[in-house]
Design a protein around this ligand. Structure first.
Ligand code: ZN
Length: 413
């Protein structure tokens, strides 16, 4: 599937030193300093195309864009893969409710998502992969699980024994009862008769009446959500044989920690016999005016609606960068108004001939990003530089700062 157009990234002077990126890994619950590598493999779980693109999505893809941009700035290459769950229960349910075909609904939402990502200056992935187009690779991955003896049937459906991975559960750190509650809440079927363990993961669902199905050696049907991501990541990121981990970063919202990333990590382990991700990175959830932002409450804030209302996309980036990426955020409209003013002031200062010193500002921005993408600190450094410039301080070079802000923060002003 096509991603979205390439986004220009200016070159930064080679005089700046980029430390290794330290990033919070939720599997070890610690800050991990990524080793220096020629090539980093980044996999970010994409949308189910039926409610694109709300602010929660924007916050997630912005965070991984900042990681992507930082790793590129260190001089390494990055292979970035993102999937689209273009066949799934919620998509089928929404299509039925709205009386449209699921293909049509998915296509319209994918188009909207691409447009929003372009507007938000998110660098496109090298591979933007839909589940439907990746079906042969997913079927191949399921076959590998079958061959490894880690699967069983319940009626015509196939399940993966999650405890085939001895580390199952170690990535999400949840008590049994909490795991069970969340599993039920997020589409799991712990109570299904015939399952050997409540957490065993559905990997192939035999075709149900009125639903689409694809032919496979294990019958006509469609894959389970978790195996899709294992298969797409392993195929498109083609892990290096020498690396202890299949990929470097597995990313997504914190609602994917369990069961999704726990299960895709376990299945990948059973396929490759090595650990899946060097670091599991998760972004916080976004609420609105004191409530959780969710489809069921109908209070989603959409990027495309904001842009249509005249809000500039760079202000959305700025507003999201004001809070720590891993923490939940309560959104209010005042955030975007403040961000619009800040962007205006920054633009005004960057257009001046005489500006406050910039070299130390750039060094500080780099160091904040290297330290777990600390964007609130970056924003406060920029606020300080704006007020120094407005108060008449000189000695800086606006052009260089402008290039750094564009290349590292994705703010094209
Ligand atoms: Zn995923």
């Amino acid at each position: 599937m096509n991603g979205w157009p390439a986004i220009y990234r200016p070159k930064i002077s080679s005089s700046y030193n980029f430390p290794s990126l330290s990033i919070f890994d939720s599997a070890t619950r610690s800050l991990q300093s990524l080793p220096r590598k020629d090539l980093y493999r980044l996999y970010v779980c994409g949308i189910t195309p039926y409610d694109a693109t709300h602010l929660g999505h924007a916050a997630t893809y912005l965070t991984f864009d900042l990681i992507h941009r930082y790793l590129l700035a260190t001089g390494s290459r990055v292979t970035f893969v993102e999937n689209i769950t273009d066949i799934d229960d919620p998509l089928l349910e929404r299509a039925k409710r709205d009386n449209v075909s699921w293909e049509e609904l998915a296509q319209s939402q994918i188009d909207l998502f691409r447009g929003d990502m372009t507007d938000l200056h998110v660098l496109p992935p090298q591979s933007y992969v839909g589940v439907v187009e990746a079906m042969p690779h997913i079927i191949e991955a399921i076959q590998k699980l079958i061959d490894s003896g880690t699967t069983y049937r319940v009626d015509d459906d196939l399940y993966y024994r999650v405890h085939s991975d001895p580390e199952f559960g170690a990535r999400s750190h949840l008590e049994e009862d909490e795991k069970l509650r969340i599993f039920k809440e997020r589409g799991g079927d712990p109570d299904r008769k015939g399952k050997e363990n409540p957490f065993d993961a559905l990997i192939w669902l035999a075709q149900r009446p009125g639903e689409p199905g694809w032919p496979s050696p294990f019958g006509v049907g469609r894959p389970g959500w978790h195996i899709e991501c294992s298969a797409i990541a392993l195929h498109y990121l083609s892990p290096e044989s020498k690396d202890e981990y299949s990929i470097d970063i597995q990313g997504g919202g914190s609602d994917l920690i369990f069961p999704h990333h726990e299960m895709s990590g376990a299945q990948s382990f059973s396929i490759t016999h090595r650990k899946f991700a060097r670091a599991y990175v998760h972004t916080g959830m976004i609420g609105l005016d004191g409530e959780k932002m969710s489809k069921s409450l109908g209070n989603l804030v959409f990027v495309s609606h904001m842009i249509k209302a005249g809000i500039e996309p760079m202000a959305i980036r700025w507003a999201l960068m004001e809070h720590p990426y891993a923490e939940d955020l309560m959104w209010t409209d005042s955030r975007i108004q403040e961000a619009c003013h800040a962007i205006e002031s920054l633009r005004e200062c960057l257009s001046k001939v005489d500006v406050a010193p910039t070299e130390s500002v750039i060094t500080e921005i780099i160091s904040c990003l290297a330290n777990n993408i600390d964007t609130p600190k970056v924003i406060s450094i920029l606020h300080k530089w704006i007020s120094e410039t407005k108060s008449g301080k000189t000695g800086g070079e606006a052009g260089e700062l402008s290039r750094v802000i564009d290349a590292l923060l994705g703010l094209a002003l």
